[in-house]
Design a binder for this molecule. Structure first.
Ligand code: NCD
Length: 321
């Protein structure tokens, strides 16, 4: 079954979320409900004990088959600040190394009473496949699967945009730059921007790093960064994902920065109040200059803070009954 066919299983018949696997096909009402909840949770998200009873007695397991700093830490803090028991399972030192399949790992931990799995996987559709194998009451959250989706990143990006630019996405011009082909973040962002009504989504990168035109329907696609900056409200940078790339897709990192790097000169061609997002980890000097990453228009650390609130909102929707 394809990844997208699995994604239909994430909603219950009453419209509430059973899993969070993809932003593709997630109704606008569900998206906005999660964003509103995250916004309300923000003051408590960064510390304190006020919300410790909300998920007391529930168990969350972080199951990361790929590296992560921000996503894994944000899920950990979100769950602990809601009072859940958290197992941050280190796959590299687990029985996965002895040949255990991910489904057997999931069932083993389910048998210990895990209510929710936060899963990052190398293969597209792998989290949906685990969701299909899980018990009916177990919730799965996709923390990034291959190139497919990274729904909580998409949500935190939308929350950050909404805080900076207001909630009328139909007035927003968003430009996504770089390695879109290998990016699950870009796929989740594009899906969310479309659902929220953004009419001007621009996609820019070298032809070798853009996906099939079919995936970018309705977006303005181009290869000349300077020519696409006029009127842009939000620049959404992406990392060059060399771990998912065959060799030779970019001539050199130096040339990539010349063609697609965001420096202060380029940023000055966007709207004066334009904001800059990057999901991290950044390759400074490859896709983004220090002056922009650390500059006054950068929302990169606001994204990180919003990441905790968004993951709290998602876990509450999935687990609080
Ligand atoms: C992203 C990821 O892993 O998909 N990072 C993140 O979760 N913040 C983006 C990336 O790796 O480039």
């Amino acid at each position: 079954m394809t990844a997208s066919a699995f994604d239909d299983r994430q909603l219950r018949s009453d419209g509430s979320l059973r899993h969070l696997l993809s932003l593709e096909g997630l109704p606008r009402a569900a998206l906005e409900r999660l964003l509103d909840a995250a916004q309300a949770l923000r003051p408590a998200a960064l510390g304190g004990t006020a919300l410790r009873r909300r998920l007391a007695g529930r168990s969350v397991c972080n199951l990361f088959f790929e590296a992560s700093t921000r996503t894994r830490s944000a899920f950990h803090f979100a769950a602990t600040r809601l009072g859940a028991d958290v197992l941050s399972f280190d796959v590299s030192t687990s029985s996965a190394g002895k040949g255990e399949t991910p489904v057997d790992t999931l069932r083993t931990l389910e048998a210990m009473g895990v209510d929710c799995f936060v899963v990052r996987a190398r293969e597209d559709g792998a989290v949906a496949a685990l969701a299909a194998a899980a018990k009916p009451q177990t919730a799965l959250i996709n923390a990034g699967d291959g190139r497919h989706q990274h729904p909580t990143q998409g949500l935190l990006d939308m929350l950050t945009l909404r805080q900076a630019k207001g909630d009328d996405f139909s007035r927003l011009t968003a430009l996504i730059i770089g390695d879109v082909r290998h990016s699950r973040v870009a796929r989740s962002d594009i899906a969310a921007l479309r659902t929220l009504g953004c009419r001007d989504i621009r996609i820019c990168g070298p032809a070798s790093l853009l996906p099939d035109a079919l995936e970018l329907q309705g977006c303005t696609v181009g290869h000349d960064f300077d020519a696409m900056l006029d009127g842009v409200d939000a620049l959404m940078m992406l990392r060059l994902q060399r771990e998912r790339m065959v060799e030779g897709l970019v001539p050199s990192l130096e040339q990539y920065f010349v063609d697609y790097g965001l420096d202060e000169h380029r940023l000055a061609r966007a709207r004066p109040d334009a904001v800059v997002l990057h999901p991290g980890p950044m390759n400074r000097g490859v896709e983004i200059a220090d002056t922009v990453a650390d500059g006054s228009q950068s929302l990169i650390l606001a994204q990180v803070s919003n990441g905790v609130a968004v993951r709290m909102a998602v876990m509450l929707e999935l687990l609080e009954r």
